[in-house]
Design a protein around this ligand. Structure first.
Ligand code: ADP
Length: 191
């Protein structure tokens, strides 16, 4: 099973990624989490990524692509994977296509979580209080939303035109959303 999970900042990708990956017995690969772990450990990758993340900008494609490529090459990702937060640009889509076709597989589904704008802001502000992420300040949140709208939202149409888009209502309780995702994915043909 090869899946991607999409949606604007605050849509609940990280929360749902864990449940979905567990359900299918595949690793959840979150680019945001990997960057944050590198920032925490002060690695060269972390130092490079941090300046973009704190400004709400995307880390450059070459850096992100290389990191995802290395992660997907790990043995646990051979049977499949769920990508949370990747791809986010058209260049990343092309890179991922190459990574997947190289192994003779295909992308099973691109799940997009839909949440209305008001609810997104509420969730991000709540998370800011709880987790203290350095990019959850009002200005940076606004910039992340702009960058998402400019660079990532158009990818939804790309995956729709390929017939792999699965739109899921991301409003409501966490377990309700999880159940919706499972229902949509359990109907897919297995590869
Ligand atoms: P959110 O989706 O809530 O904005 P993430 O934890 O997924 O948060 O990502 C945090 C930050 O990490 C992004 O704002 C960006 O700077 C960086 N990042 C994550 N994934 C990518 C990606 N695929 N391409 C470029 N930058 C990324």
């Amino acid at each position: 099973m090869r899946l991607i999970l999409m949606g604007p900042p605050g849509a609940g990708k990280g929360t749902q990624a864990t449940f979905v990956a567990q359900h299918f017995g595949i690793p959840a690969i979150s680019t945001g989490d990997i960057f944050r772990a590198n920032v925490g450990q002060g690695t060269p990758l972390g130092l490079e990524a941090q300046k973009y993340m704190d400004a709400g900008e995307y880390v450059p494609d070459e850096v992100t692509n290389k990191m995802v490529r290395n992660r997907i090459d790990e043995p646990d990702a051979k049977p499949g994977f769920l990508l949370d937060g990747y791809p986010r640009t058209t260049a990343q889509v092309a890179e991922l296509d190459g990574m997947i076709s190289f192994t003779g597989h295909r992308l099973d589904a691109a799940v997009v979580l839909t949440v209305n704008a008001e609810e997104l802001v509420q969730r991000l502000l709540q998370r800011a209080e709880k987790d203290g992420r350095t990019d959850d300040t009002e200005d940076v949140i606004r910039r992340r939303q702009e960058v998402y709208a400019e660079q990532t939202e158009p990818l939804i149409e790309v995956y729709r035109s390929r017939g792999v888009l699965v739109e899921v209502d991301g409003m409501g309780e966490v377990d309700e959303v999880t159940a919706r995702i499972f229902a949509a994915l359990d109907d897919l043909p297995q590869s």
